[in-house]
Design a protein around this ligand. Structure first.
Ligand SMILES: [Zn+2]
Length: 153
């Protein structure tokens, strides 16, 4: 069976010790035209308006994805991603917390613990930002960064 490797990353907020995903992206290592990304809505049990909170303000300034932004439910995006990623494919993510968060849906996910360079120092793929052009803290760009950095190892 033909299997491949995918890179996955997301952008969003951390609120009450949970991730609020706003943008999630995957990239196929063997075929870079296969890059998919989704803008996801907040879960229904968080406030409709972004709470006044310095940490959330800071996170918003970083990625410029509004609290109310998103056109698809996270679980629908995940279902789509699970369809795209074969059961025997490898899925790579950066960071232990993100990896743990995604593992409940993607049990085959592996943390790229060999990639110790922080994201802010990975700047090879600035041209790969998504069409929404909300800045460099973009999940689409970041999966390309993971790919580029991984290929150096
Ligand atoms: Zn983006």
């Amino acid at each position: 069976m033909l299997t491949t490797t995918w890179y996955i990353d997301f952008e969003g907020y951390q609120y009450n010790n949970r991730y609020i995903v706003k943008e999630i992206a995957i990239l196929n290592k063997n075929n870079k035209t296969e890059c998919y990304y989704y803008f996801t809505q907040n879960p229904s049990d968080v406030p409709l308006i972004r709470p006044i909170n310095k940490t959330l303000d800071y996170q918003h300034k970083r990625h410029r994805l509004d609290w109310e932004f998103g056109n698809t439910k996270l679980l629908d995006a995940i279902a789509d991603i699970k369809d795209l990623i074969g059961r025997h494919d490898t899925v790579l993510a950066k960071g232990p917390e993100k990896t743990r968060f995604l593992k409940k849906w993607l049990p085959q996910i592996t943390e790229m613990c060999w990639l110790t360079t922080p994201f802010k120092e990975l700047r090879r793929c600035c041209g790969e930002i998504c069409h929404f052009r909300h800045g460099l803290n973009c999940a689409r760009r970041k999966v390309f960064e993971l790919y580029a950095a991984d290929c150096l190892y």
